[in-house]
Design a protein around this ligand. Structure first.
Ligand code: DX5
Ligand code: ZN
Length: 214
């Protein structure tokens, strides 16, 4: 079944504990946390003080998505919270293989993120060491943007590659995901979807999560 990771970027930060508990009780699989530094992307979000509060009330594992310039610094900053995954952008890392090893040595599953223009072949020689590849289906930085349809073909190509090289590596898609595109993502071989505005703006968040768990 498709795993669902609601992005708390679209939550009400004045009622963050309530919103995190609600999505966990509603049966989400992971809690997706978007960390932005105002340099790699033109937006600034949350650091370890807020994320540790999220970790305390979340009953599902954290999926931390770094959108930052200095990946190693941020990996060390968030490692004590023991998220299930830390993902970093390949566009911003000179030594991705070294950072994968570092994340794993900290007891966390390593994942790499690809921006919309980055081909799936860029992770071909890293796939055997990865637990997940995250494909952006919007330009990183903001919630509520439109889904970029070319991610479907990219996911299919990545699916063929991971079936050959590392069937245990999951494929995650992030941005503009809703009940309108979930079936084509499933058909392309996607295992995990991130959904921010679709879940948090839905009148029934549990229903929204269930509609993606196909
Ligand atoms: C964008 C973030 C996403 C975002 C998704 O940079 O990585 O996780 O919150 O939000 P929606 O689902 O609204 O596109
Ligand atoms: Zn994200």
């Amino acid at each position: 079944m498709m795993q669902v990771a609601p992005s708390i970027l679209s939550a009400d930060f004045g009622n963050l504990q309530h919103d995190v508990e609600e999505i966990c009780n509603a049966g989400c699989d992971l809690v997706h946390v978007d960390v932005m530094d105002g340099h790699f992307v033109p937006n600034l979000t949350i650091g370890p003080v807020v994320v540790s509060a999220v970790a305390k009330c979340a009953t599902k594992p954290l999926d931390i998505h770094l959108m930052v310039e200095n990946n190693t610094f941020f990996v060390e900053l968030f490692a004590p919270l023991q998220p299930q995954y830390i993902s970093f952008h390949i566009e911003e890392e000179k030594h991705p293989h070294r950072l994968i090893q570092k994340i794993r040595s900290l007891g966390i599953k390593p994942a790499i993120v690809l921006n919309p223009h980055t081909p799936p072949e860029s992770v071909e020689f890293l796939l055997q060491d990865l637990d997940m590849v995250l494909l952006m289906s919007v330009n990183p930085g903001f919630g509520g943007q439109s889904f970029i349809p070319s991610v479907i073909e990219k996911a299919s190509r990545l699916n063929e590659m991971r079936n050959r090289l590392n069937p245990n590596c999951l494929i995650e898609v992030d941005g503009g995901v809703s009940d309108k595109n979930i079936q084509s993502l499933k058909d392309a071989g996607v295992d995990v979807v991130v959904a921010g505005s679709y879940v948090f703006k839905h009148e029934d968040r549990q229903k929204a999560i269930k509609s993606l768990q196909i």
